[in-house]
Design a protein around this ligand. Structure first.
Ligand SMILES: [Zn+2]
Length: 291
């Protein structure tokens, strides 16, 4: 399971960065930069929410304390040969590529729509989203979904579920939580009765699962993977901002409960994806949204 691998890699790499700083006999600035860059990638892009979001803050404190000790020892003097530097510079360049992609994923290029965040009372995490392929690679597979977001809810421990990968849908914090209309408009397309998947299974035939599409002027807002039979509105109904739409579920092309939201400028094969702001803010992968 990719989420388990992401979690293990995140924790292992972060721990290795700290251990390297602790154990290195001859501290050098370039070695520190390499550890620092790896740690930064883990901190911002790691799969912390599969165990606990708060774990990353514990690792950050450990990294800062270790860094202070490292530089205390470094001041006593250390010299590395110039040839040692060549391959280390190469590693640094390689590490800067994902850092650059992560930090520039907050820059959005198309015209955007400002929506109300569609859920209330809690902490939410963007598990897929942002304005480039590095942070939003699943949605970048489909040209009209490149600005889509996948959102989960976090529990009080900062995890998106009770255990690392539960098989029961109810163990996911977002499952069954109410989804509200992020804008005013008219329901122009809807599906309500597609069963939820068992986690880690996919429904490739009805990819959106239970969904609604709301037309707001010339924009089409889709909320997808909702819980079967939770949608109480009908096609051609009008909705206002914050009207109840349905509950978060796991129907369609979804391996675990989450809300998928995307916006288009028209519904056709030439549809234009529109980037989304929630309450005037553009979010990227791993951002936490509090409501
Ligand atoms: Zn999605």
């Amino acid at each position: 399971m990719i989420t388990n691998i992401l979690l293990i890699v995140t924790i292992l790499l972060s721990a290795i960065c700290i251990l390297i700083l602790l154990k290195q006999k001859h501290p050098s600035f370039i070695n520190y930069i390499i550890s620092f860059l790896i740690f930064i990638i883990c901190y911002f892009c790691g799969g912390w929410i599969y165990l606990s979001l708060y774990l990353k803050y514990i690792f950050l404190i450990a990294f800062i304390i270790t860094s202070l000790f490292y530089f205390a020892r470094y001041q006593r003097g250390n010299k590395s040969g110039i040839f040692n530097y060549t391959w280390k510079f190469f590693i640094i360049i390689l590490l800067i590529i994902p850092e650059y992609n992560y930090f520039t994923s907050r820059i959005y290029h198309s015209e955007s729509i400002n929506l109300n965040f569609p859920m209330k009372d809690g902490k939410y995490n963007i598990i897929m989203g942002g304005s480039n392929k590095f942070v939003n690679f699943i949605h970048y597979n489909t040209s009209f979904s490149i600005y889509a977001y996948d959102i989960v809810k976090l529990n009080s421990l900062g995890s998106r579920a009770n255990t690392i990968f539960p098989k029961a849908l109810e163990d996911y914090e977002i499952y069954g939580k109410k989804i509200y209309s992020p804008c005013a408009g008219k329901i122009i397309s809807i599906d309500k009765n597609i069963p939820d998947n068992v986690p880690n299974e996919l429904n490739g035939k009805e990819r959106a699962g239970n969904y609604v599409i709301i037309q707001n002027e010339n924009r089409f807002i889709m909320l997808a993977h909702l819980r079967p039979n939770s949608i109480k509105i009908n096609k051609y109904d009008s909705v206002k901002v914050n009207d109840y739409i349905g509950e978060a579920g796991n129907s369609g092309y979804s391996i675990e409960p989450h809300l998928h939201i995307e916006v288009h400028e028209q519904i056709s094969s030439n549809t234009i994806p529109v980037s989304i702001m929630f309450d005037n803010e553009f979010y990227t992968y791993n951002d936490v949204i509090k409501r």
